[in-house]
Design a protein around this ligand. Structure first.
Ligand code: SAM
Length: 452
């Protein structure tokens, strides 16, 4: 067994002793145990070679941080690397509920981890906070709806500004709902977590007896949260390899299609249309064609990396810059298109603004923060009254129904705009904010008052 002993000792050399842990260092403990085991001599003690090898490979993995690499420890994770976010994604709500109720073992630690959303700077840095506070003017007794709660960045700032306000915290992402529940423990009765989409707002508000025309302010901070982008498993990010999922709802709506389903099942024409309209991608047809070709070559596009590489090779590594002059990956627009399509984002925004008009009181305030022109265009069309049959027009009103004449009632209805802009030009972040939070670069804020 001399060979095994030497191997063990060599291995332990790569595992330096931790002098700060006198009497409790694992490395020292294993060294002592080995010495005892091997010093017993062949006659009295015969270590089992198979067992020795097993121990040896386990130790090797631990000392080379194999498990640490495999299960990266992230914020709020346990020693296993599992965290609430991963569990929420991997487990159905029923299984999660029963595990939480059992309140045992690892799940106990995962779901009982105490954290303070307020101090969690890694989650999501809210954008244009000062502008939101300036226009919302939080003061005692006011009631708000944060339609995009995320990690609660804006909601917390509002609460800190005026402690006697109440916020309905809506988000379609179960993880954000968990954050909202935690925050509601810190601010009992002031944060009311709601899990669902903008379009589900009426049924979510009903149990709380919220009446129409009763809310003081509604905030929309469109798009994805940093937590969604930064978690490879959610499939939103080009730079992190993960399954092509992209559902903001996670597993909340299991029948909802994923980005991989769209890439697998949509026709070439539909793919081209999705990529062109939602991604504003000029090479949409070429990309759609490559996706269809890929289906025949390697069955199904399953990971973000596979899709990004396919687009990169299709466009011959075309160098691109976005509207702000930043270098961008040739697949960025296609990723945006798929995300918008999978989450039906633009219809949700349109419907959300119609609902904001229903729930805001007269002189109530609507704030929207958008990150690309498709989002902002819908907001602008509502502000300018360019909506027909409750849908923001795809083309400017002056080009729509060119030959149509309107009767007096119709004309009055069309020209009665319920909104008034609170500032002349769209607001953008300060240079200082962009420096500290680059994600804010493309933000556009509009503060609008309900006047009808
Ligand atoms: C940019 S983040 C909001 C960040 C938040 N303001 C903060 O400071 O932490 C956008 C959030 O809106 C949510 N969201 C997007 N579309 C939604 C919809 N239609 N219904 C409900 N939530 C939505 C996303 O899940 C995401 O968490």
């Amino acid at each position: 067994m001399a060979g095994s002993y030497k191997n063990f000792m060599k291995l332990l050399e790569s595992w330096p002793l931790d002098k700060s842990k006198v009497g409790s260092d694992l490395g020292q403990h294993i060294r002592d145990q080995l010495r005892v085991a091997f010093s017993k001599g062949d006659a009295a003690y015969q270590p089992n070679p198979e067992q020795c090898n097993r121990y040896y490979s386990s130790l090797k993995r631990i000392s080379s941080n194999y498990y640490g690499q495999l299960y990266k420890r992230s914020l709020l994770s346990t020693a296993s690397g599992l965290n609430r976010e991963i569990c929420n994604l991997a487990l159905t709500p029923e299984v999660r509920k029963s595990l939480i109720e059992e309140d045992k073992g690892i799940f106990r630690r995962i779901y009982c981890l105490k954290y303070d959303v307020c101090s969690n700077k890694d989650l999501h840095v809210p954008v244009m906070v000062q502008e939101v506070l300036t226009y919302m003017v939080p003061s005692p007794g006011k009631v708000y709806i944060d339609m995009t709660f995320g990690a609660g960045g804006h909601a917390i700032k509002l609460l800190e500004h005026s402690p006697d306000i109440k916020i309905f915290a809506l988000d379609r992402d179960p993880l954000s709902y968990e954050y909202a529940k935690h925050l509601s423990q810190k601010y009992p009765g002031q944060i009311i977590p709601l899990l669902g989409k903008f379009s589900e707002l009426p049924q979510l508000l009903k149990p709380h007896n919220v009446k129409e025309n009763s809310i003081d302010g509604i905030l929309f901070d469109f798009g994805c949260s940093s937590m969604q982008f930064d978690t490879a498993n959610r499939g939103f990010s080009l730079s992190k390899d993960g399954p092509l999922d992209m559902r903001m709802d996670g597993l909340r709506c299991p029948s909802q299609v994923t980005a991989a389903d769209v890439l697998e099942k949509a026709t070439e024409e539909d793919l081209a249309r999705i990529i062109k309209i939602y991604g504003q991608e000029k090479r949409a047809k070429k990309i759609a064609h490559a996706i269809i070709d890929a289906r025949y070559m390697f069955r199904k596009l399953e990971t973000t990396k596979e899709l990004a590489q396919l687009i990169e090779s299709t466009l011959d590594g075309e160098i691109r810059k976005d509207s702000l002059g930043r270098f961008s990956h040739s697949a960025t627009k296609t990723f945006q298109a798929l995300r918008i399509f999978v989450n039906n984002e633009l219809n949700e925004i349109n419907y959300g603004i119609l609902l904001a008009q229903v729930y805001l009181k007269l002189s109530g305030l609507l704030i929207t923060i958008s990150f690309h022109s498709l989002e902002d265009t819908i907001v602008k069309r509502h502000i300018s009254g360019n909506i027909t049959d409750n849908v923001a027009n795809a083309v400017a009103l002056k080009y729509a129904n060119y030959g149509k004449t309107f009767d007096k009632d119709e004309f009055e209805r069309l020209t009665q705009i319920p909104w008034k802009m609170m500032h002349k030009h769209v607001l953008t972040p300060t240079a200082e904010e962009i420096k500290t939070n680059p994600r804010s670069r493309s933000a556009k804020l509009r503060a609008i008052m309900k006047v009808k």
